[in-house]
Design a protein around this ligand. Structure first.
Ligand SMILES: Cc1cc2nc3c(=O)[nH]c(=O)nc-3n(C[C@H](O)[C@H](O)[C@H](O)COP(=O)(O)O)c2cc1C
Length: 171
C-alpha cells in the first residue's frame, strides 16, 4: 500500500466489530504518533489510551451520544501541552502537531486493516474529568476511535483539484 493509497482508502468508521485491536497493532499506531513531525520538534502531545469497556461507555454521553465510541476497541484522547506557544504565523503549535499525529495514527491503522474515526464533537470538560486530564495547561484536540470495521468503505466525496488549488497566486 502506498501512502497515497492509504490516504485515499482511509475513511471514518462509525461501526466496529467486537474484535479487539491487538497490542502489536496498537503499538504500531502509537509509534506513528511518536514519529510525527511537530513545530520545533516540541512533541507537544500526550495520548491517553482507553480500552476499559466501562470507561468507553462513560465517554458516550461526553461525545454527544456518539454510540460507536463504546463499540471501538480503543479510544485515544489526543492531548496538546505547551498550549500557549504561538508561531510567527499566528497559529498555535499544539493543535497542529496533535492533528498531524492523529492523522498519522489513522493512516497506519488503515494500513493494518483497522478503522478509525476522529471525534471533535465531545465536551472537553467532561472527557477531562473522566480521564483525569488536568484542567489547566492541557487541551484535548481530538479523540480517535480505533477498531475493526464492521462496514465497507463508502464513496469518497471530495472537491476537484481545480476548485481547491490555485497556482502562483490566489486569483
Ligand atoms: C477535526 C475533525 C472532527 C471530526 N469530528 C467527528 C465527530 O465528532 N464525529 C464523527 O462521526 N466524525 C467526525 N469527523 C469525521 C469527519 O466527519 C470525516 O472525516 C469527513 O466527513 C470525511 O469523511 P471520511 O473521513 O470518511 O473521508 C471529524 C473529522 C475531523 C477532521
Amino acid at each position: 500500500m502506498t501512502v497515497l493509497d492509504a490516504i485515499k482508502g482511509r475513511f471514518s468508521v462509525r461501526s466496529y466489530t467486537s474484535q479487539p485491536v491487538s497490542d502489536s497493532d496498537l503499538s504500531q499506531i502509537l509509534e506513528a504518533a511518536r514519529f510525527s513531525q511537530s513545530a520545533k520538534n516540541f512533541q507537544d502531545w500526550r495520548f491517553v489510551v482507553v480500552r476499559d469497556e466501562s470507561m468507553k461507555q462513560k465517554l458516550v454521553p461526553a461525545c454527544r451520544n456518539q454510540h460507536f465510541v463504546a463499540e471501538a476497541s480503543v479510544v485515544i484522547a489526543c492531548c496538546g501541552i505547551n498550549i500557549n506557544y504561538v508561531m510567527t504565523c499566528g497559529q498555535n503549535t499544539y493543535n497542529l502537531d496533535v492533528a498531524i499525529a492523529m492523522e498519522n495514527m489513522a493512516l497506519v491503522a488503515h494500513e493494518l486493516n483497522l478503522g478509525t474515526c476522529w471525534l471533535g464533537a465531545f465536551y472537553e470538560d467532561q472527557v477531562k474529568t473522566l480521564l483525569g486530564i488536568p484542567v489547566d495547561g492541557v487541551r484535548i484536540v481530538g479523540l480517535l476511535a480505533i477498531g475493526h470495521p464492521a462496514v465497507q468503505a463508502p464513496q469518497k466525496n471530495r472537491e476537484p483539484l481545480e476548485t481547491i488549488v490555485r497556482y502562483e497566486k490566489w486569483l
